[in-house]
Design a protein around this ligand. Structure first.
Ligand SMILES: NCc1[nH]cc(CCC(=O)O)c1CC(=O)O
Length: 351
């Protein structure tokens, strides 16, 4: 037996520990520059970096034998800041250019806010990873923060006729169902832009995903947080999803190590619901799944944009039935929505 000097032994032990704590790196990763594609908004960048950090922590050798780089990609949804998402139309508003970069090999992973990712992906791409979900709830941010009294119903803090800046028909429908006197105006742009427009007086309040505020370190801006019973979140809200090339089996294997299984099941149920309804940004649809006592409970909602009709249902099942649960919820909502309302909401061309 050779006795190694202490320092060298330590190094070897450390190396062995690193090796055994990390999962085997598939061969294609060695020496390869791995590129992570993301939109360039501050929130998108925080999300991309969180993915890169998790990848780096799980596979320390990646840093040594390869390199991980960020690539920013501008999408049509980022460039058109004026019109309502529903008006710009077209599937993949925030993802088309990112899909193209993935396909062309310019990037290897693409980081998405799952709620912005279209339901049906191109055949050669896969959604292989959903990171642990952030808070899925919606938050109200007020211009006059003093208006909120502790314990008050969240919506009562807004004066009659107050104007809410909001681009989401799902949020608008659910608010109008309870406060038909409120008015809506369109404010778009990234989270910071919307908050600036609020400060400048464009509206009295705005609605944002708490997940975005949390990730940006701006949780304190949420004056009121809606429980899902009061405002059902969008399918996939608070979830970061990673897409890859279907044929890139080496990298796809890495994804199973950083995926959060509970989030994956919730995402599967929520997206299966969209598959049935063919929902889009134009349609007020909500979907939110969570675990309760080992069962997956799925809430679903479809509403008319003016809040005059809100159909909300809840079902529960085994986690392995996630996809079937979503499909069943979709069918249930379709069945229970008055036919005239349903065809107006869903049967629109272009989506
Ligand atoms: N459509 C924009 C968008 N896409 C994802 C988030 C927030 C983060 C998330 O839901 O994961 C936001 C901003 C918002 O809705 O306030």
């Amino acid at each position: 037996m050779t006795i190694l000097p202490a320092s060298s032994l330590m190094t070897d032990l450390n190396f062995a520990a690193t090796l055994s704590s990390s999962l085997p790196l598939p061969h294609p990763v060695f020496g390869r520059e791995l590129r992570v594609g993301t939109r360039a908004s501050p929130l998108a960048l925080v999300q991309a970096r969180s993915f890169m950090a998790q990848l780096g922590e799980t596979f320390p050798l990646l840093e040594i034998f390869g390199s991980l780089q960020e690539r920013r990609i501008s999408t049509k949804g980022d460039r058109d800041q004026v019109r309502r998402l529903a008006e710009i139309g077209g599937k993949g508003l925030f993802s088309k250019e990112i899909h193209e970069a993935l396909r062309a090999g310019e990037i290897d992973f693409a980081v998405h806010s799952l709620k912005d990712l279209e339901t049906f992906l191109p055949d050669d791409l896969v959604l292989d990873c959903t990171l642990r979900r952030e808070d899925p709830r919606d938050a109200l941010v007020l211009r006059d923060r003093n208006a909120v009294q502790p314990g008050q119903d969240p919506l009562d803090c807004l004066p009659k006729g107050a104007v809410i800046g909001c681009a989401s028909v799902r949020r608008q429908a659910q608010i109008l169902a309870r406060r038909p006197d409120l008015r809506f105006c369109l404010i778009r742009g990234n989270v910071q832009t919307r908050l600036r427009k609020l400060e400048e007086g464009a509206c009295d309040a705005t609605l944002l995903a708490l997940a975005g505020l949390n990730r940006l370190g701006m949780a304190a801006r949420a004056d009121v947080v809606f429980e899902p019973d009061d405002m059902l979140p969008a399918c996939g809200q608070g979830i970061i999803g990673i897409t890859l090339r279907r044929r890139d089996t080496g990298l796809r294997k890495l994804m199973t190590a950083i995926e959060d299984p509970a989030t994956r099941l919730a995402a599967t149920a929520e997206r299966a619901l969209l598959e049935v309804l063919d929902g889009s940004c134009r349609t007020p649809i909500g979907g939110f799944a969570k675990f309760e006592n080992g069962r997956l409970v799925l809430h679903g909602l479809i509403a008319a944009e003016d809040g005059s009709v809100v159909v909300r249902r809840e079902i529960a099942g085994l986690p392995e039935e996630a996809s079937a649960l979503g499909a069943e919820m979709g069918a249930m909502l379709r069945r229970d929505t008055p036919a005239a309302v349903f065809s107006r909401l869903i049967g629109q061309p272009g989506w």
